[in-house]
Design a protein around this ligand. Structure first.
Ligand code: OTU
Length: 646
């Protein structure tokens, strides 16, 4: 019934669509719209059905999809069709990514084009460029405060530069991932400016209120993201004479998705960047998209409906484009961003695996895999046609976002354990060589997170400054161990630029008045290309790390079981220092790889019996797929060197 209704509605809308749109060749568009219209209409109705202007807004939505389809290049349309046929293409183990700032890794987008060979050398074939849209000259939260969604910031280049870059990348078989900041705009954005000037139409693009009453009601259940620099979730705007919701920094105004105009504008932005040749779009802060009084304004059901609707609409116009959910939320909430009730992913195909990341840092600090094993055991199984983005470090701080119940199951007391972790990672714990910085300490709740580069966090900074050679070796081993985990776990591995050459914390941000208050800049370096040259110089940490990674990446690409088809089995073993799992071929049970990681600095043993049939090997020989050598076996136990892995 409803389906029929929605089809006659579709015909009605298509009849109304402006003549210049309906003149075009839209055959594929119509097919896809037909297939998705029921879902799109249903979702749009759930979100905005009560509004008097619903039909007009629905028409605008379809027009937006059609206009962007017309603008989509033939080459991209061909790619869409190719990917529709090979719809599991991104689950392959072939994809290894790196996240970077265009003006940190290189000088700008143009200069990046000269350096694409570096990625090929390492084996990286997916490049996530951090926000490049126009943003304020002063503080801009690293580009996450956007003042124009359709222009590139002059400091990194132009749309033409991006175009040239993405063309070169396509020739090299490299994927391009770009950021779209959906949750907020900069207060310098045209909409914010118009809201300030008193235009009610644009005040309705944000959450603005004349008095403290509603903000106070919201505040009762909301937490603070940047408690030190941006306490509270509302900011008084003098010119507008209204409070505006600013969950992140005071200059980042939260967009109001209760307003369908906002949804349509942001869909148009997504499709615009899809048409610039982005293969993947990273959707920032998606957990925050819907605000409701009485809730903590994260992970609301409507936030999921918005993402489903964005996905369905993108499926009509640019079906080859994937979404990454950046939802740094509780483990049982994260998997919902793949799409909840659907058999195939209906929200974002990819999600940051922040749980795994945080758990690995727990293993580094405790030098055992107790909580890591427990936390992964509790990680819900994700949908098919959905995959993790596994990472060790990124441009943000490390939040200890694991579940208290898992901490207890691992034998610790949550509060004191978290405090220990912060102390360890910031080098305040007696034996720690870690050189992280405390970030976003909240005196009210006692929470804290940690900034710092990978190399500084694992002790390389300490080792180099003190000339401690053993510590230097340990730090290098840890860097390789952590990367072996993100390469083997299942999902796209995302390296963070600079980590491949052991880049240390960089204090330069302290000289910049717009960055000095935000110590995440300590790990957002400008690459020192002389240092990078040392990757060719045997005996240097740069050589050991870069070439170690290169070899691991190559090994991953050769072995099919590292593709992500929910084909991982966690293996409980007696030795708590070890994190052990198996990867298998869902079609052929003999085709499998056992992964063993030792988070302790001392050699550890693994009883072969412990791993059951995973310990049985053909030809009487176990072989380490990474080094191509037989591992050490003694009295039916496998010996794993300190911070080693097979
Ligand atoms: C994202 O991060 C970005 O990655 C940050 O660099 C930005 O500052 C922020 O959004 C605002 O645009 O929203 O869902 O604990 O992890 O900063 C997660 C909260 C986010 C952080 C938050 C994060």
């Amino acid at each position: 019934m409803y389906e029929q209704l929605s089809h006659s509605l579709l015909n009605e809308i298509l009849n109304q669509i402006k003549p210049e749109i309906s003149k075009q060749d839209l055959r594929h568009f119509y097919t896809r719209l037909g297939a998705n219209f029921y879902a799109i209409h249903d979702l749009f109705n759930k979100l905005y059905g009560k509004r008097a202007d619903f039909d007009q807004q629905m028409l605008k939505l379809v027009e937006t999809m059609a206009r962007q389809y017309i603008k989509r290049s033939d080459a991209l349309k061909d790619l869409d069709i190719e990917r529709e046929k090979d719809f599991n293409w991104f689950l392959s183990q072939q994809w290894v990514g790196m996240a970077l700032y265009a003006n940190g890794f290189a000088k700008d987008l143009k200069d990046m084009q000269q350096r694409l060979g570096y990625f090929s050398e390492l084996g990286v074939n997916l490049i996530h460029i951090m926000p490049i849209m126009r943003c304020p000259d002063g503080s801009s939260d690293g580009g996450y405060a956007v003042s124009d969604f359709r222009e590139i910031d002059e400091r990194v280049g132009t749309l033409d530069d991006l175009n040239a870059l993405s063309t070169s990348m396509k020739h090299r078989g490299q994927l391009l991932a770009l950021d779209v900041v959906l949750n907020h705009t900069s207060d310098e954005h045209e909409w914010a400016q118009k809201a300030r000037a008193g235009e009610t139409k644009y005040q309705d693009y944000y959450y603005t209120f004349p008095t403290r009453n509603i903000p106070d009601m919201f505040e009762e259940n909301m937490s603070e993201i940047f408690p030190e620099t941006a306490p509270g979730n509302f900011t008084w705007d003098e010119q507008m004479q209204r409070w505006v919701m600013t969950v992140f920094n005071q200059y980042q105004w939260d967009l109001n998705y209760n307003n369908p105009a906002v949804f349509i504008e942001m869909l148009d932005v997504i499709l615009f960047w899809a048409n610039q040749g982005a293969d993947i779009l990273r959707l920032d802060a998606v957990a925050f998209l819907w605000k409701k009084i009485g809730s903590n304004c994260q992970n609301e059901r409507e936030a999921h409906l918005i993402l489903q609707l964005l996905k369905d609409c993108c499926q009509v116009t640019a079906p080859g484009v994937l979404f990454i959910a950046e939802a740094i939320v509780a483990p049982n909430e994260v998997t919902k961003y793949f799409g909840e009730d659907a058999i195939i992913a209906k929200e974002c195909e990819i999600a940051y695996n922040a749980t795994f990341m945080a758990l690995m840092w727990d293993a580094v600090a405790t030098k055992n895999a107790n909580l890591l094993t427990q936390g992964i055991k509790s990680l819900p199984v994700k949908l098919e046609r959905a995959t993790w983005l596994n990472y060790v470090r990124c441009h943000d701080d490390i939040g200890l976002g694991f579940d208290d119940r898992d901490i207890i199951r691992a034998g610790y007391e949550p509060h004191s354990h978290r405090r220990f972790l912060i102390q360890y990672l910031t080098g305040k714990f007696p034996e720690s060589h870690s050189r992280g910085l405390p970030f976003a300490e909240n005196l009210k709740t006692g929470d804290a997170r940690v900034s710092g580069s990978l190399a500084s966090l694992v002790g390389l900074e300490y080792a180099l400054k003190s000339g401690d050679l053993a510590a230097e070796q340990d730090a290098i081993k840890l860097i390789l161990l952590l990367h072996s985990m993100i390469l083997a776990f299942g999902g796209i591995a995302l390296l963070y630029y600079g980590d491949e050459i052991g880049t240390l914390n960089d204090d330069a941000y302290l000289e910049d008045p717009y960055k000095m208050d935000d110590n995440r800049w300590v790990h957002r370096p400008a690459i020192n290309w002389e240092k990078a040259e040392k990757r060719h110089l045997q005996g240097t940490p740069e050589f050991a790390i870069f070439n170690g990674l290169k070899r691991m990446i190559a090994a991953r690409k050769e072995i099919d079981v590292f593709a992500d088809f929910n084909n991982r089995e966690l293996i409980d073993v007696q030795n708590p220092n070890l994190f052990v799992f198996g990867r298998y071929n869902t079609q052929n049970a003999n085709d499998r790889v056992l992964v063993v990681a030792n988070f302790n600095n001392k050699p550890q043993k693994l009883n072969i019996e412990d791993v059951g049939s995973w310990g049985r090997y053909r030809n009487g020989q176990l072989m380490d797929v990474h080094t191509r050598q037989s591992p050490e076996i003694y009295n039916n136990t496998l010996v794993i060197p300190g911070f080693g892995f097979y």
